[in-house]
Design a protein around this ligand. Structure first.
Ligand code: SME
Length: 150
């Protein structure tokens, strides 16, 4: 498995050469899915007013392409500005199901100058798949994306 440092180094080169934020987000989700086998679905939601709108993603199509800030685990992470890890999505009443296979989820806000711009959402088919390591890695990824989202 590629180290966090190797993943972040590749991401920094992608960020330096990507023509815009949209292509960087698309390349980032694809690269992260290759780097971490337990990331079965990955997407970036961007905050437009009070709604999270799905941007680039990898994995099966989801019905949740627009999520209000008071809905879902996605809404909880964006409205608090804090990373949310759910070990068992089926026992979390906030969970908006997108795939029957999903067992756990992490949502990491993308924040610049104290303002939430969006978030990275990752679903895993394994229960309790996400640890502090994923939190650290994805928060560093979110910082790099935030710098490109002008
Ligand atoms: N599960 C999320 C919705 C997005 S899908 O996972 C892609 C939630 O509860 O907010």
């Amino acid at each position: 498995m590629a180290s966090d440092q190797a993943v972040l180094d590749s991401l920094k080169s992608l960020a330096a050469s990507a023509p815009d934020a949209q292509s960087l987000m698309a390349e980032t989700v694809a690269m992260l899915q290759r780097a971490r086998r337990h990331y079965n679905w990955l997407g970036v939601y961007l905050l437009e007013g009070t709604v999270l709108v799905l941007g680039p993603y990898v994995g099966k199509p989801t019905p949740h392409t627009r999520i209000a800030l008071n809905q879902g685990i996605c809404g909880a992470a964006a409205s608090s500005g804090k990373t949310v890890i759910v070990d068992d999505v089926n026992s979390d009443p906030r969970y908006l199901a997108c795939s029957l296979e999903t067992r756990s989820e992490i949502v990491v806000p993308i924040v610049r100058e104290g303002q939430v711009l969006g978030e990275i959402d990752v679903d895993s088919d394994q229960p309790a798949a996400f640890t502090e390591d994923d939190c650290r890695l994805l928060e560093a990824v979110a910082e790099i994306l935030a710098a490109k989202l002008v």
